[in-house]
Every structure is written in C-alpha cells, then in structure tokens.
Design a protein around this ligand. Structure first.
Ligand SMILES: [Zn+2]
Length: 60
C-alpha cells in the first residue's frame, strides 16, 4: 500500500517534493511552488541546486 505523505505546512496530502539547496519539503497543492504545480503527476524536474518531484497519485 502506498504511504500517504502529508504537507509540511498543513494537514493536507502532499502532492510532491520541493528541494531548494539543503531544504527539502513535502508540499500540498496550496503550498507548492508554481513550477511544481506545472509538472504532470510522476514528473520530476532537477536544476543545479533545485529538485522538484510531483507524486503520481493525483488521479488514482
Ligand atoms: Zn500545505
């Protein structure tokens, strides 16, 4: 069974991970960066010091 991850800032389910430098955060739809919201479920994006991953759970 897939583990439900919670947003770090509220009690909602997290939709993805945001990593900026050494700071990694689980975020929900309300707290996600716009660039994370632009990703499709399951998609990942990596910059030099920035990593975004959107969980593949939205439509299940
Ligand atoms: Zn939140």
């Amino acid at each position: 069974m897939a583990e439900r991850k919670k947003c770090e800032y509220c009690e909602q389910d997290a939709i993805g991970i945001q990593s900026l430098g050494s700071c990694v955060s689980l975020v929900c739809q309300n707290h996600a960066d716009s660039s994370l919201l632009a990703l499709k479920p399951g998609e990942k994006l990596a910059y030099e010091y920035c990593y975004l991953e959107r969980f593949d759970t939205a439509d299940r």
